[in-house]
Design a protein around this ligand. Structure first.
Ligand code: ADP
Length: 488
């Protein structure tokens, strides 16, 4: 129920809290590594805490896997590959993957709540987007498992072997699904490392794999920090690396695997352009801008973090955008009314604040949402910057937070040139009423995904990936399956 706060400006609405319950979730105090179908203690005996960024409270202790644990996991994955998984028919593999998808659906609410607690992302998103999409990835690739010869007609198809997969904290369960589902469908086994700040849903997935009766060693989950990831990358018996994360670490991985036989897909940073033409449906476009950068706290590699507005509608767009920003609710991610949740970690909040200060010191004009910010936990108000130049640091570098830069343009050629003037090329958005304008722009923007009159839409059937420093290889769709097979 909404009630208007009569003493304040008419944009201030107060909503009764609508908290998602947490009593139905089951979290252990301590999580071990999932290797060879069992939870096993880390060789070092070390554990680290994973906390709720919305409150700072500890959720659980998680095992810190080192090189020798990674070695055990790779050995378990190799054994499962040679003795079981590569010998199973596609139809049998498919049955396991379907079973995993169905158990995930049954436990969807629990997975969504744990994701929100561990990552700080709003429950509306983990419940309505991340978890259903993760299930859909398993369903989709389960369907391909016995149809590989139709996916790649007239080719001899071989699986790769053991896949080492390293994922980030912004979409923990979804990234795990993007990577595990196609790997299993194509007949590979997996060693996966979740991010250090968001390991819990991957460990829940381990329980689900167990309940689904997945043969031991087919998927192994090794938790830890960057050195754990590096041990996977450098292990001699890993055939493929699939990595999503920062461009910096992507470059380290590229160097590490140069000259080896390892295949790789790298999905790295972004600084995506969201372009509003003067004939765009302005109100929808404003919602698209908000969705592109402020929902999910800007923790999206393909976030529409650079806004380009055609000059003759810029005043109207910016005015409406500011008004809408003021109505966003920033707060407890478990509350169903919340639009903008918690920043994933103290370190990430410090990075975002550093960029905000830099924007101001470089002469840009800042406007922040008037939304109330909770006193505890890690939060950042939605922020926009005008009066920025192409060369401004906040226009050039990925911030990974709810911070948007706004530039104007007059002609189509100008905006194409500006939008492409970045080291990245992950995604872009175009808003126009005119189909020919949309097609012209989408064909000239150097980005792996271009959305038209929408933003941040995902589907298991459609490939995702970048150009330039945003990485290479595609995940999702047939392309995503192709990344896990050898074709002869
Ligand atoms: P972000 O900035 O999104 O945290 P990172 O690239 O630092 O991105 O992290 C993404 C994932 O890569 C995490 O699981 C992290 O632990 C892992 N990682 C960090 N450093 C390395 C490394 N040198 N080699 C392999 N994995 C790494």
């Amino acid at each position: 129920m909404a009630k208007k706060n009569s003493t304040a400006n008419k944009l201030d609405w107060e909503y009764a809290p609508s908290l998602e319950g947490t009593d139905h979730i089951q979290l252990k105090e301590k999580y071990d590594l999932y290797i060879g179908g069992k939870f096993v203690k880390p060789s070092s005996g070390k554990y680290f805490a994973t906390t709720n960024p919305a409150t700072g409270e500890k959720l659980a202790d998680v095992a810190y896997g080192d090189e020798s644990d990674v070695d055990k996991a790779v050995k378990a994955a190799r054994k499962a590959y040679t003795e079981v998984w590569s010998k199973l028919s596609g139809k049998e593999r498919g049955k396991y993957i379907y079973r995993i998808a169905r158990i995930m659906q049954e436990r969807a609410r629990e997975l969504a709540v744990i994701e929100t607690l561990d990552a700080g992302k709003v429950i509306r998103e983990s419940r309505d987007v991340d978890v259903p999409l993760a299930c859909n990835h398993f369903f989709y690739y389960a369907g391909w498992a016995d149809k590989l010869e139709y996916a790649f007609p007239n080719r001899k198809i071989e699986s790769l072997g053991v896949a080492g997969q390293i994922i980030p904290w912004n979409f923990p369960i979804l990234m795990a699904a993007w990577k595990i589902a196609p790997a299993l469908a194509a007949g590979n086994t997996v060693v996966l490392k979740p991010a250090e700040t968001t390991p819990l849903t991957a460990l829940k997935l381990a329980e689900i794999f167990h309940d689904a009766g997945l043969p031991p060693g087919v998927v192994n989950i090794v938790t830890g920090y960057g050195d754990t990831g590096a041990a996977i990358v450098n292990h001699a018996d890993v055939d493929k690396i699939a990595f999503t994360g920062s461009t910096g670490v992507g470059k380290i991985i590229q160097k590490a695997i140069a000259g080896t036989n390892k295949k790789a897909t790298l999905e790295l940073g972004g600084k995506s352009a969201n372009i509003i033409m003067d004939d765009a449906p302005i109100d929808q476009a404003v919602e698209g801008i908000i969705n592109g950068i402020f929902f999910n706290q800007g923790h999206v590699c393909c976030a529409g973090s650079r806004l380009f507005v055609q000059e003759n509608v810029a005043d109207e767009v910016i005015k409406k955008l500011k008004r809408r920003m003021d109505t966003l609710i920033v707060g407890n991610p478990l509350d169903k009314n919340t639009d903008v949740g918690a920043i994933n970690s103290k370190e990430q909040l410090a990075t975002i604040q550093k960029y905000i200060k830099l924007g101001i010191s470089e002469g840009a004009t800042m406007h922040q949402s008037r939304a109330k910010i909770p006193a505890n936990g890690y939060y950042c108000a939605p922020t926009i910057f005008t009066d920025v130049a192409q060369s401004s640091t906040i226009v050039q570098e990925e911030i990974f937070g709810p911070v948007l830069t706004i530039q104007t343009f007059r002609t189509v050629d100008e905006v194409i040139q500006k939008a492409n003037n970045t080291p990245f090329g992950l995604a872009a958005g175009v808003w126009s009423d005119k189909g020919s304008r949309v097609f012209n722009l989408t064909s000239k923007l150097k980005a792996g995904v271009v959305w038209a009159n929408t933003y941040n839409k995902f589907d298991p059937t459609s490939p995702f990936g970048g150009y330039k420093e945003s990485g290479y290889g595609r995940e999702g769709g047939l392309h995503g399956l192709g990344a896990y097979v050898k074709l002869k």
